[in-house]
Design a protein around this ligand. Structure first.
Ligand code: GLC
Length: 633
């Protein structure tokens, strides 16, 4: 193939030409692993043509930016992200530039703007049902507005993250409309069947994602009398990547986003992009080949753009998204540390670190050069997706343990301070995930209702404990908007028929800027949470040892309530210790000594105090839900 390609190749610029030449054999091999035959050959040429066109269209300032960025720019301790819905946060894209100062004040310098592209009102899944990948939804503004936001952000040294919804389109997308109208060419863009035979077979082994609001995996389309695969909602039609045209069109959309100046592209739901009858149709090997191919194309056209694979899958599976074999660290640059996120909630509910520590041997296998998105809350539900084995290793019963966690966070457990809710309960499997804002899950909502000042203080400590634990682990912290100002659950979604079926909206608040102003009122909850979150971000930015060079080691569990880790590079050492109980925790200094840490001073960046490492029979005392961020001097 490559020989014939040589004849039609067009030169763009020396740097691109060189990258393409080097990548061609790899691209061809990856492509051929999935697609074969004459048609595949034609489509491979088409792919190269699209890469060349995208390279030609890439604005020169972005090309300069590609050169300026180091290969691992995204591992830096100086980055701190936030995910937000533009409409809920401030209204429209045109309103965004005026809000950047607020984010800057907090210390956030990377924004994940939740889906902005056209998505039908009422059947939108928060924008994850896209009907046009190139047109900004009018409720947010225009593409021009988005470009203006990007420019302003760039001027301020801020980075942009956007989504590409790769697995499915809205049923109002042009391809879906044409498929519905009977055009075979477009029916082949989806998994469409004449009757229920194959769908029934598929469903025997496919789990349900939204069993309450959208049970099953197929939807009947009466206009063409066919069944279409809809793994998520019935209005989200799964794209069929067995058809190489689908890959090429979606690759083109990926590069369109790259050329808008996206720094990190969040690939939505990649685990699902290849389906096979008789399997769960998740995490299949072809998924990885496709992602590796996408990574290679991005490296050729827009080498400064990193890829985040939003695979919310168990720890053993997640590692594969960073690439394996000859493609180690050549697939997704980032994955969500969803397992650790859930384990942090596990620690909060149980006051114990056992299950978290039992899961670490898998999590620590992340390859050097790749990174986690660390978070404690995002727009989605919290799934208790860690392995049963980690629970068993902690001498607990998995079923009883998970039931406890669900009851604790939904507030059903007697004495629980949380006011969350169960999401997507599946009576067939007993599974359920958890919705609720960080503050409400940490007890602030209930404490305010009960006018219980001590509980208010404790819940603020818990919010900061959760944030700090996540911010100093290896990876890029991604805050969720509203959490920095202690938003409790917003129940207004229940009155909106387009949202009421999905209780994840309870933790997607509409920002009231008068509440945000309260960050200036000394002693208010808003001020305490905002200023201390800001302080945490500031500390992170001062410590290069927090850059994610996979340099994390867990301390031994001398006190079951305390999670402690050490981060080290050639010249610096950092130790974070976090107390997940409501009592003071005593940690033997032996925990430090056994790691070779003695005869040194520890400077706690959180309180500003200095500590000397004591004798084995002496203890470091950590306040209830408190923590220390030690620099070893
Ligand atoms: C991802 C999104 C989630 C959405 C789903 C379907 O998991 O984070 O919000 O519902 O994909 O697109």
């Amino acid at each position: 193939m490559i020989e014939s390609l040589e004849k039609i190749k067009v030169s763009v610029d020396p740097k691109f030409d060189k990258r393409l030449d080097q990548a061609l054999p790899i691209l061809e091999n990856l492509f051929k692993k999935i697609y074969c035959g004459k048609e595949a050959e034609i489509q491979f040429f088409e792919l190269i043509k699209r890469l060349t066109e995208a390279a030609k269209a890439r604005p020169s300032e972005l090309k300069k930016e590609d050169e300026r960025k180091s290969q691992d720019w995204f591992l830096s301790n100086e980055l701190c992200g936030m995910s937000l819905y533009v409409d809920q946060f401030c209204g429209t894209l045109a309103d965004m530039p005026s809000k950047l100062d607020y984010l800057e004040e907090l210390g956030v310098n990377l924004l994940h703007l939740m889906p902005l592209f056209e998505s039908p009102e009422g059947e939108s899944d928060g924008g994850y049902a896209v009907s046009d990948y190139r047109k900004v939804d009018s409720k947010f503004g225009t593409l021009k507005d988005l470009k203006a936001v990007q420019k302003k952000m760039r001027k301020k040294g801020m980075h942009l993250m956007l989504d590409i919804v790769l697995n499915h389109t809205s049923h109002h997308h042009e391809w879906a409309k044409r498929a519905r109208n009977g055009e075979k060419e477009y029916q082949d863009f989806f998994y469409m069947y004449d009757n229920r035979w194959i769908p029934n077979e598929f469903e025997e082994s496919m789990p349900e994602i939204f069993p309450e609001s959208s049970p099953g995996n197929f939807t009947y389309v009466k206009e063409c009398d066919k069944w279409v695969m809809t793994v998520f909602h019935d209005y989200q039609w799964d794209l069929n990547f067995m058809n190489p045209r689908v890959l090429i069109e979606m690759m083109d959309n990926v590069l369109f986003y790259a050329n808008l100046g996206v720094d990190i592209l969040r690939i939505d739901a990649p685990a699902f992009i290849w389906k096979e009858n008789g399997t769960s149709s998740q995490n299949l090997p072809q998924v990885h080949t496709l992602l590796q191919l996408i990574k290679q194309c991005v490296k050729v056209v827009s080498p400064g753009m990193a890829l985040l694979g939003e695979a919310i899958v168990p720890p053993k599976q997640i590692m594969k998204y960073f690439g394996s074999g000859e493609f180690v660290a050549q697939e997704c640059d980032f994955a969500y540390n969803a397992t650790h996120m859930a384990l942090t909630w596990d620690m909060l509910a149980t006051s114990e670190t056992k299950v978290m520590l039992a899961a670490q041997h898998d999590i620590l296998k992340k390859p050097v050069g790749t990174s986690w998105i660390n978070y404690i809350r995002c727009h989605d539900d919290i799934g208790l997706g860690f392995e049963d084995q980690s629970i068993l290793d902690s001498q607990k019963d998995p079923h009883a343990h998970r039931s406890y966690l669900k009851n604790y966070f939904s507030g059903a457990f007697p004495g629980s301070p949380s006011s969350g809710a169960l999401f997507s309960s599946n009576p067939k499997t007993g599974d359920a995930r958890i919705s609720g804002s960080l503050a409400s899950l940490c007890g602030l909502e209930r404490a305010i209702e009960n006018k219980d000042q001590r509980e208010v203080e404790l819940s603020i400590s818990k919010i900061l404990l959760m944030q700090s634990h996540s911010m100093f682990l290896g990876g890029l912290p991604m805050l969720f908007y509203g959490d920095e100002i202690a938003y409790t659950n917003d129940y207004s979604f229940q009155l909106d028929p387009a949202k009421s079926y999905d209780n994840r909206w309870m933790h997607r608040p509409k920002i009231d800027w008068d509440k945000v102003e309260k960050r200036k009122d000394n002693g208010s909850v808003e001020q305490l949470v905002f200023s201390q979150t800001q302080k945490l971000i500031g500390i992170r930015k001062e410590l290069p040892v927090i850059s994610d060079y996979s340099n994390l080691e867990w301390m031994s569990p001398h006190n079951v309530h305390v999670a402690g880790f050490i981060r080290e590079n050639e010249s610096e050492k950092f130790i974070g210790v976090f107390n997940f109980s409501d009592q003071e925790a005593f940690l033997t200094w032996y925990a430090f000594r056994e790691k070779g840490i003695f005869d040194v001073e520890l400077k706690d960046h959180w309180t500003g105090n200095e500590f000397s490492v004591g004798a084995d029979h002496e203890y470091l005392i950590i306040p209830p839900y408190g923590f220390y961020l030690f620099e070893v001097k």
